[in-house]
Write a protein that binds this ligand. Structure first.
Ligand SMILES: Cc1ncc(COP(=O)(O)O)c(C=O)c1O
Length: 474
């Protein structure tokens, strides 16, 4: 069987379903018939149907054949973009953020609030073994401080992998950090002074909003579209009106919306940065977790003159416990490395050695392939569960990668109350109010779909649906 033949056939059949040639409930041509019509082998057709089944387009019914399956993408609406652009505001420290974070650390009940990866992949054990092996064979103490830029072997591996995101940098242009949050904080410190305004997409990852508050900055929330990310039209209006010092964006599979700025818009964003002479702090932490054919390029791939400070880490692809991240700060290299020195002098060498070793091996790429497919399947299962248990007005995002989905419920539902209700029954979600400084999104919430669907987890979704219906008086 030629490998590409079945993939081509699966693609053709998908196209026909998309075009409505075969509609929900229709029986697809039988394996035998298709094999004859397309002049391909039976096994090619069976494999193609297997692929369609895996992707949720068809279902097989015993002794009857393949039927077009109802796709929940079509029955569930998507979240809407906010229409107004609020004034810049200081964020307010949220007790709730720390409460959510502590719940995550305690890993009680059914935890769906944090954007953490599934930790049941073989790579986790492999990393654990690498720790043991390195601490046995390498000298870890009595070697003084690591250099402020970080471990050369790790920077080399990061530079090699960056090519996938369309970024060509030398290892010397990279600084290692204690995670992506640390990298973003170093950049923000270098680029701003207290009182400055920074533009962020809205809804926005609460860790960034908290950082903005702690640094005495003001966040200007720019509406984001669930598919294409930050609105460049709104951003341009904001740039005309306010003295914005920097833009912060999770450009690919954003948290919480799951949006990705398309390539042509990435170029347009660079044009804006040039026109208004401002930097972009790009958070690309989810970029490797794509469900599609290719990894989306980073905005930095379009950046000719070092205005983009690209931050990322291994927290979402391996384990947040590693605390291994990095920044490619472009023209701000010296300031950022100095800031790292002020903050912590260096980051621990052991974690960096382990990360360098793991990235250098084929296992990391194999793990990513497995993780992408697993997360895609788990997201599809979430759609099924939501269609079954949630009220029909529920809107849910369509991420093309990453770990989280964003829900918009009817305005009457208060998700902070839903959070407290869940908390009392050990079902944890991240309430919408955390993702804005202006009190928006009180009818929204974020949910992690990356963990395996156990009966307990599925039941948690059923309960959430039930509580939402109760809040709606049903
Ligand atoms: C968009 C985004 N950036 C940064 C972080 C923090 O990353 P790290 O654990 O590497 O510091 C997170 C974690 O949730 C995130 O979602």
């Amino acid at each position: 069987m030629e490998t590409n033949l079945y993939a081509q056939l699966a693609e053709q059949l998908t196209e026909q379903i998309r075009e409505g040639v075969f509609q929900v409930g229709d029986r697809m041509p039988s394996v035998r018939e298709l094999s004859r019509r397309q002049a391909v082998s039976i096994s090619t057709v069976t494999t193609a149907y297997g692929l369609l089944e895996e992707r949720g387009w068809v279902e097989s019914r015993p002794k009857s054949g393949y039927y077009v399956r109802r796709r929940h993408e079509e029955s569930l609406a998507v979240p809407r973009q906010i229409r107004t652009m609020p004034r810049p505001r200081p964020a307010t420290t949220s007790q709730l953020v720390m409460e959510v974070q502590r719940d995550v650390a305690a890993s009680k009940g059914v935890s769906m609030s944090a954007a953490i990866p599934a930790l049941d992949f073989p790579i986790v054990k492999h990393v654990q073994r690498t720790f043991t092996q390195i601490s046995r064979t390498r000298r870890l103490l009595g070697i003084g401080y690591d250099s402020p830029e970080g471990l050369p072997e790790l920077r080399q591996q990061i530079a090699r992998r960056a090519v996938d995101a369309g970024v060509f940098v030398s290892p010397e242009a990279i600084i290692t950090t204690a995670g992506c949050q640390n990298a973003m904080a170093l950049c923000l410190r270098v680029l701003t002074q207290p009182g400055d305004i920074v533009a962020v997409e809205s809804p926005s990852y609460y860790g960034l909003l908290q950082m903005i508050e702690a640094f005495g900055l003001k966040a200007l929330e720019i509406p984001a579209n669930h598919e294409t990310g930050i609105s460049l039209e709104a951003l341009q209006l904001a740039l005309d009106k306010w003295p914005i010092k920097a833009i912060l964006s999770v450009s690919t599979f954003s948290n919480p919306l799951g949006s990705t700025i398309p390539d042509e818009r990435k170029q347009a964003l660079i044009d804006l940065l040039e026109r208004y002479d401002i930097p972009l702090v790009e958070d690309d932490i989810y970029g490797d977790l794509y469900f599609g054919e290719r990894r989306p390029r980073a905005v930095k791939a379009f950046d000719p003159d070092g205005r983009v400070l690209l931050c990322s880490s291994l927290s979402k692809t391996i384990d947040p416990q590693l605390r291994v991240g990095w920044v490619m700060p472009g023209r701000y290299f010296e300031e950022v490395v100095h800031r790292k020195f002020i903050n912590s002098i260096a980051v621990p060498s052991l974690q960096q050695m382990v990360a360098a070793e793991v990235l250098a091996q084929g296992i990391y790429e194999r793990h990513l392939r497995q993780a992408r497919e697993t997360y895609r399947q788990r997201y599809l299962r979430l759609l099924d569960l939501v269609a079954e248990y949630f009220p029909q007005e529920t809107r849910i995002s369509r991420p093309d990668g990453g770990l989280v989905a964003w829900f918009e419920l009817p305005a009457k539902v208060n998700t902070t109350e839903l959070y407290h209700r869940g908390h009392a029954e050990s079902v944890f979600i991240a309430p919408g109010e955390l993702f804005s400084v202006t009190g928006q999104y009180r009818n929204c919430f974020r949910l992690n779909y990356a963990q395996g669907w156990t009966p307990e987890r599925e039941d948690a979704i059923r309960k959430l649906g039930m509580w939402i219906k109760e809040a709606l008086g049903r």
